[in-house]
Each structure stands twice: as structure tokens, then as C-alpha cells.
Write a protein that binds this ligand. Structure first.
Ligand SMILES: [Mn+2]
Length: 257
């Protein structure tokens, strides 16, 4: 497989009033993670951030915007709506919640972040992505991804009853938990570093921020720095919930666990 060409990135210029920007991803929220959901609510209520960027997999599964009426999802929507009324909130979809649609975003007052997005702030440029698109070694997943991101597939899927879609999501969660031991392990696939470096230079970015791999780290990378966001789980095993914070002084990692 050749190197996928850089698809071009949507650019977002941070207004000068933004002094503090938070990045989070991979919370994988579902009804079985009440402490994780509560940690998000606490953080969004008290963070000094002017903007919060959620870089994918906020939800463990999203089977259509009609899911927002479900008890847990409706509770999450309230949390996000409150946050969006206090500060700028941007949401990028991940491989789990790629069906988050315009109805959901409008309902919570959040902005859609295309994947990838370049964020220009504090005189620097950061390339933001979920990360799954660059896990090039996982060719089976990429084939699946290409299929499910097409409108006809989504229309056919969303045409089935919500109960059937929710049942399918529960089934997928059970399979994923059996496979990943409730996300205590990093995913097998990692971002292809050569391509990530190529995308950074193509977008003139010295900062790369992504999630998805559950391998949190901030490391020198190419001509700049790569920040991999942590997944969150306050309900099982060693509690973890991390925020990457960008201010004029630089980027830092904050643990909420
Ligand atoms: Mn993911």
C-alpha cells in the first residue's frame, strides 16, 4: 500500500481571546461507565478552558442521533449542552461514534471538527485527528472504515429500527470487551509514523495531536512534537482520565484520575 496523500485539512484559527484549550478523546462513554461520565461532567463544569476539543470516540457506540433520547445518552447530551453554553465545544467523530450527526451536534451546541483539522493558536499550528485513518497496517479495518463512511451504507444502517441498532451496538461492545479486556490494553495498530510526519509537513504543522491508540505520550516527532491522548476509564482497573491543555506557555498533560 502506498502512502495515502494528505487529504487537506480544514483550518480553524483560534480567536485571540482563547487563552486555554483542552483536548480529550476516547472516553468511550456508555451506561456502564457512570464514574467516567461524572468525571467528564466535573471537568467540563470547572475547566478554565475557553475551548474544549473532543477528538473522537466520546461514545463507545453511536448508532444514530435518535439514540440521544436514551437515558444515558440524554444525560451526556445535557452535560455537553451545559459545557457548550459556557465555552466553545468542538467534536470530531472517531471510529466508534462516526455516526454522530448534525442533529446531535446542533442539539448540544457543539461544532463539528472534520478529521483532520489544523488548529492555529498561540502562533503555532497543530494537526488534530482521531488517528484511526493512519493505522495503515490494519487494512481490514481501513476497508471497513471506507465502507461505513459512505452515505449509502449509513442510510441503509440508519433505516433499521433503533432497537435493532442498539442491540447490534451492545453486541459489538461485548465483543470488543472480550477482545480488549475493557480497554486496559492499547490497540494493536498504531499510527503509521512516516505518513503522520508527511501529513504534518504537508499541513505546515509542528504539533500533532491524536487519540485512538490508547498509548498516551508526548514525544519529539519529526520536526515537532506528537501528543497522543489517553483513553478514559474511571470505572474499571487503574483509573485514568487525562486532559491535554494548550496555553501560550505550551502544552501540558493533566490527570483527572
Ligand atoms: Mn478510536
Amino acid at each position: 500500500m502506498g502512502l495515502p496523500n494528505f487529504p487537506g485539512a480544514h483550518t480553524l484559527n483560534a480567536p485571540p481571546s482563547w487563552r486555554c484549550i483542552d483536548f480529550i478523546s476516547d472516553l468511550h462513554l456508555h451506561e456502564g461507565l457512570p464514574r467516567t461520565t461524572a468525571t467528564l461532567a466535573q471537568h467540563l463544569a470547572h475547566t478554565p478552558a475557553d475551548a474544549v476539543f473532543i477528538l473522537g470516540d466520546l461514545f463507545e457506540a453511536w448508532v444514530g442521533d435518535d439514540m440521544r433520547q436514551e437515558p444515558h445518552e440524554s444525560h451526556c447530551l445535557d452535560i455537553l449542552r451545559r459545557a457548550a453554553s459556557q465555552r466553545w465545544l468542538g467534536i470530531m467523530v472517531g471510529n466508534r461514534d462516526f455516526l454522530l450527526g448534525e442533529t446531535f451536534l446542533k442539539d448540544c451546541g457543539a461544532h463539528r471538527l472534520p478529521d483532520p483539522t489544523v488548529l492555529s493558536a498561540f502562533g503555532e499550528r497543530a494537526l488534530l485527528m482521531h488517528g484511526d485513518e493512519l493505522c495503515l497496517a490494519d487494512t481490514a479495518y481501513l476497508k471497513f472504515r471506507n465502507q461505513v463512511r459512505q452515505t449509502p451504507w449509513q442510510q441503509a444502517f440508519l433505516a433499521s429500527p433503533l432497537s435493532a441498532r442498539l442491540a447490534q451496538a451492545r453486541q459489538m461492545r461485548a465483543a470488543s470487551q472480550a477482545h480488549q479486556h475493557q480497554h486496559t490494553e492499547a490497540l494493536d495498530a498504531d499510527v503509521d509514523e512516516a505518513t503522520a510526519a508527511l501529513w504534518m509537513s504537508a499541513s505546515d504543522c509542528h504539533i500533532l495531536i491524536h487519540g485512538h491508540t490508547h498509548r498516551p505520550a508526548s514525544q519529539p516527532f519529526g520536526q515537532g512534537v506528537r501528543h497522543v491522548l489517553s483513553d478514559w476509564d474511571m470505572d474499571h482497573g487503574a483509573p485514568r482520565a487525562e486532559v491535554l491543555r494548550w496555553q501560550a506557555s505550551g502544552l501540558s498533560r493533566i490527570s483527572l484520575a
